[in-house]
Design a protein around this ligand. Structure first.
Ligand code: 0X9
Ligand code: ZN
Length: 300
């Protein structure tokens, strides 16, 4: 059965989503957020406990980079807690929002990391002799304005144009269709233990940077309490490097969605992308607490 002591395949994750829908038919609906180059569905769930929360929705994105397996694992962990936790703080945050949760938005890449190359990052659309674009450089907001390459053989290839990848194009259309309901967009990557605030093309601070920074620090503090895991909070350019064309940046730039963060989950490099499965549950616990804490803060 599905659990968090091992990493799962795409089909196992999708079965978990369908299973949740059958266990909670009044609250969980499996939704198609788009389609991949190889024709796979990008599946997620829409979770709703109360029609009144319709316009208080949080979008959760995992797995845009194929090899960052702790992303989908943490996202499914949190989703399961939203449905089953008896902790009053988790219940309150879960039930006071609608959720659009997509654990694995680069399904071709994820399947490829299981079948062929554990370290694959990109999509799987061919470009001449090389394959794939970086789906976190392919979104149409300040596309190709730094930290992105026009060489299809590199890991940060931005695609032949903005939204050249079916995954980003179809998911963007889906997000656009629900954008008025969204108050938050949170992306999960690994690794480096960072909580990143837009944008990735400029170190200039956003209108609500100070709010996001203040809330982010509270989240990082809550996260650290569990296992001592330390996170750095800040603007993308100031904290890691220039990276234009990311999904969160497009959502923020296009719709002005208020709460926007990108997590870079565990660890800081000892295991890197190959984070041992024993760390899924601790990562899930600490990350969930940080998210709950930030959403509590935001509501104040
Ligand atoms: O380079 C990236 O896309 C992210 N780091 S990773 O090691 N997971 O590849 C950083 C995210 C930058 N995010 C945005 N610009 N939105
Ligand atoms: Zn990543």
């Amino acid at each position: 059965s599905f659990g968090w002591t091992q990493y799962h395949t795409l089909e196992e994750i999708y079965d978990f989503l369908r299973d949740l829908e059958s266990r909670f038919p009044d609250n969980v609906k499996v939704v198609k957020g788009g389609e991949s180059y190889e024709g796979r569905d990008i599946l997620g769930v829409h979770v709703s406990f109360n029609k009144a929360n319709e316009n208080n929705a949080i979008f959760i994105e995992g797995g845009i980079h194929a090899r960052e397996w702790i992303g989908p694992a943490t996202v499914t962990y949190m989703l399961n807690e939203f449905m089953t936790s008896t902790d009053s703080r988790v219940r309150n945050i879960a039930e006071s929002h609608d959720w659009y949760i997509f654990p694995s938005v680069n399904p071709d890449g994820y399947v490829y990391t299981h079948a062929r190359d554990r370290m694959w990052r990109k999509t799987r659309q061919p470009y001449g002799f090389c394959v794939g674009a970086d789906p976190n450089r392919n979104w149409g907001f300040h596309w190709m304005e730094g930290g992105a390459s026009n060489n299809p053989c590199l890991e940060t290839f931005a695609g032949s144009k903005a939204f050249s990848e079916p995954e980003t194009k179809s998911l963007a259309d889906y997000i656009e269709s629900i954008n008025k309901k969204l108050v938050g967009y949170i992306a999960f990557h690994s690794y480096s233990q960072l909580l990143l605030i837009p944008y990735g093309h400029t170190s200039q601070h956003l209108e609500n940077y100070d709010e996001l920074y203040r809330i982010g620090l509270k989240g990082a503090k809550a996260l650290e309490k569990h296992y001592g895991t330390k996170y750095t909070v800040g603007n993308i350019v100031e904290t890691i490097y220039i990276a234009s064309g990311g999904s969160m940046d497009w959502v923020k730039g296009e719709f002005g969605t208020r709460i926007t963060y990108t997590y870079e989950l565990r660890d800081t490099g000892r295991h890197g992308f190959l984070l041992p499965a024993e760390q899924i549950i601790p990562t899930g616990e600490e990350t969930l607490d940080s998210l709950v804490t930030m959403l509590e803060e935001y509501q104040k």
